[in-house]
Design a protein around this ligand. Structure first.
Ligand code: SAH
Length: 342
């Protein structure tokens, strides 16, 4: 029989699996508590379980692990960890510290299919989806091996979360579940480049988890050039899906807008962006482009970002500038390539 990774199972599923081997379901809660509340991943260290049960457990189950290969710390406090998955694929996870806020930036795929023109994560192609276990392991490592008390969790690392919808939504439920990680939904943010079926399913999920849309261009022609996803899900269809997302239940959206010097920063771009933000009653997060070696794009100057921001503010848009942290260790937005040299 194939052994099952406990971190891929929801509590109810684990209870059913235990019943199959004639063990009481309350053991599932005990084991969840060891893994998710104490960070213990070794059956032998779970000392409230009888030894005979621990042995039996190990015959049917294991606790999946990802292997930290390299840790880098930025001068601004940001940390990046490169992990090796069990099949040799590599992913990266980032911890961003900003005052009291400590944000874990999680990867959802090794590589990415969408290969946005300005992003490093898809440059080496798509490898595979991460399992629920591999997503949760990134959090457990930061929390228990590095002992970081995280306040926020963003699905903004490598990959497109809604291209791995099933595992990402299961991981979000595990993060939110009081019997597992017990993280408040409002502290979790999922970001998408605009995968419409994912946006629709995410609304149905019914959790108060935040959703961010990586817009980056406020007209379809430019978005087509920058983001291949726009060819599959056009800007107008995306905006309709977003309208539907915010309808009825008071949900809010954030639009991420990365400013590329001389590409998407004209007055017309600002006008179009403001129109979209008003239509979707959305906040705008401005991100300055982080440099990716080998790409021709240019970062805006600090003063250009301020002008961009104040122009949006003048139009009544709720806007903040998101400082890209960890540039010296290639840990900023879009810089995660998942390679040994990055
Ligand atoms: N695929 C998802 C999740 C990745 S989030 C998404 O697109 O939303 C990573 C964020 O960083 C996205 O908004 C992405 O567009 C942005 N980004 C990518 N490359 C960047 C770069 N070079 N500089 C700044 N932001 C970048």
């Amino acid at each position: 029989m194939d052994k099952k990774d406990i971190k891929n199972l929801a509590l109810e599923e684990f209870k059913q699996e235990l019943e199959k081997i004639s063990e009481p379901s309350y053991r599932a809660e005990q084991i969840f508590s060891w893994i998710y509340k104490k960070g213990i991943e070794d059956f032998d260290a779970m000392d409230n379980l009888p030894k005979s049960f621990r042995n039996k457990l190990a015959q049917s189950f294991y606790i999946g692990a990802i292997k930290p290969l390299k840790r880098l710390k930025s001068i601004d406090g940001t940390e990046k960890v490169l992990f090796e998955l069990s099949d040799g694929n590599l992913i990266e996870t980032v911890l961003i510290c900003s005052g009291k806020r400590k944000t874990a930036c999680l990867s959802t795929q090794a590589g990415c299919k969408y290969a946005c023109a300005f992003c490093a994560s898809g440059m080496n192609g798509f490898k595979r989806n991460l399992s629920v276990s591999e997503i949760l392991s990134q959090i457990l490592y930061l929390a228990y091996s590095l002992k970081h008390g995280m306040t926020n969790f963003v699905f903004m690392g490598m990959g497109e979360p809604f291209d791995n919808y099933e595992n990402v939504s299961r991981a979000v439920r595990m993060m939110n579940s009081p019997k597992a990680m017990g993280i408040a939904a409002r502290r979790i943010t999922v970001s998408t480049s605009g995968i419409i079926p994912g946006i629709e399913k995410f609304k149905e999920l019914g959790l108060q988890v935040n959703l961010s849309i990586s817009l980056h261009a406020a007209n379809s022609g430019l978005r087509d050039k920058l983001m291949s996803v726009n060819k599959k899900y056009s800007l107008e269809e995306l905006l309709k899906a977003c309208e539907n997302y915010i309808s009825n239940d008071g949900r809010m959206l954030t639009l991420e807008y990365m400013v590329l010097k001389d590409i998407n920063d004209s007055q017309k771009d600002i006008d179009d962006l403001a129109k979209i933000a008003r239509r979707l009653k959305a906040k705008v997060n401005i991100i300055p482009y982080s440099n990716i070696p080998g790409l021709e794009f240019k970062s805006p100057l600090k003063k250009d970002i301020e002008i961009f921001k104040s122009n949006l503010l003048k139009k009544g848009i709720n806007v903040i500038v998101r400082e890209s942290k960890g540039k010296d260790i290639m840990a900023a937005c879009g810089q995660l390539a998942g390679t040994l040299t990055s």
